[in-house]
Design a protein around this ligand. Structure first.
Ligand SMILES: [Zn+2]
Length: 349
């Protein structure tokens, strides 16, 4: 993942900001709770005191003794009364009880983290956290604008009312009405989301094909939103933007421009290429498309392609190599029905 130093620094500033904000929230919570229940502050003072004693004992107990011996040290010293650990447990219980009386959860005064995995540091050991990847994608692909799209396009707003269930609209190939077909597709998409992190998932890639205005992009965005909500890194690009990023990267030197970082296109958890076939295709686009699709399959990264082209047209436009890779490794769904935008316009007029 090749970010520039400037990009890296601005992500680190996001974490600084998060930690400051969360610390301020935690301070406000504490002040609010202590105002209503001063006993909590007294308990905390005692906890600090006992923890300090315990630390001192541990240092004292470390001299020439093995770990297991020093672990039991405190209980040995206090064989007559409760051990330090027991006293600390008891204080924690009393604190939880006071919080419960105030109607607060037991962890209300624990440190607050926006990311439970890396505690707002961006790293888990040496590895970058998924939240880091998401910030990096937001930064590098700010124009992909996924946040705005997914605010309005999600499963809650998905409606079957635009899909006919009339037998005269049954598709010859699938033998389903547009309505039945859409039900089947939405079910499959929900399974796809549910199995997304399963190690044995069968088919991690999706191809949505069919005419315009029947919900391909809408459904793509529904999936994107669900995966974003579960901390996955998602990139949405129209085919035109997708190939522009790749060509900006490949020809940056020749054009004397700064390189666009395309490593996320290869490596993000979920890549959506929307409207494949609307770009100007040539040898470059064909070879890059094959490289990206193939590389993502090898890395077990999921891709969703939506297109108005049929499978035969895909083969003609992007070569046999590309179309056979898609046939082998993608679940394919045909979208059909009456154009939703035209139906909506008619209703509104
Ligand atoms: Zn994180």
């Amino acid at each position: 993942m090749a970010l520039t130093n400037k990009q890296f620094d601005s992500i680190m500033r996001i974490y600084d900001q998060l930690r400051l904000e969360n610390a301020a929230i935690a301070r406000d919570r504490y002040a609010e709770v202590v105002k209503d229940c001063p006993q909590i502050e007294a308990i905390d003072k005692q906890i600090v005191k006992l923890s300090f004693q315990e630390a001192v004992q541990r240092i004292g107990g470390d001299t020439g003794k093995s770990d297991s011996e020093s672990d039991s040290h405190s209980s040995v010293l206090h064989a007559s009364g409760p051990s330090l650990d027991e006293q600390l447990d008891e204080l924690a219980e009393r604190k939880a009880m006071y919080l419960e009386n105030l109607g607060k959860p037991a962890d209300y005064l624990e440190p607050i983290y926006s990311c439970p995995f890396c505690h707002d540091t961006g790293y888990i050991g040496q590895e970058k956290c998924t939240c880091f990847k998401r910030y990096a994608i937001d930064l590098v692909y700010h124009d992909s604008n996924l946040k705005n799209i997914t605010a309005t396009e999600n499963f809650d707003r998905f409606s079957y009312e635009w899909y006919s269930n009339d037998s005269k609209d049954i598709d010859a190939a699938t033998k389903l009405t547009p309505y039945m077909n859409m039900k089947r597709i939405v079910d499959a998409c929900q399974d796809f989301i549910a199995d997304f992190d399963a190690p044995d998932r069968v088919q991690p890639n999706l191809l949505f094909y069919g005419t315009t205005g029947v919900g391909k992009t809408f459904l793509s965005n529904c999936i994107a939103r669900e995966l974003l909500n579960t901390s996955h890194s998602v990139i949405y690009l129209t085919a035109v933007e997708f190939f522009k990023k790749l060509s900006d990267n490949a020809f940056a030197d020749a054009r004397d421009k700064e390189k666009t970082d395309t490593s996320f296109i290869v490596d993000c958890d979920f890549l959506i290429i929307d409207d494949l076939g609307t770009e100007l295709s040539n040898k470059f686009t064909t070879s890059r498309l094959f490289y990206i699709l193939n590389e993502r399959i090898l890395r077990n990264r999921s891709t969703l392609i939506s297109t108005n082209l049929t499978l035969n047209q895909l083969r003609d436009q992007y070569s046999e190599r590309v179309s056979s890779r898609i046939i082998q490794s993608y679940q394919m769904f045909k979208f059909y029905g009456a154009d939703i935008r035209i139906q909506q316009k008619r209703r509104n007029s």
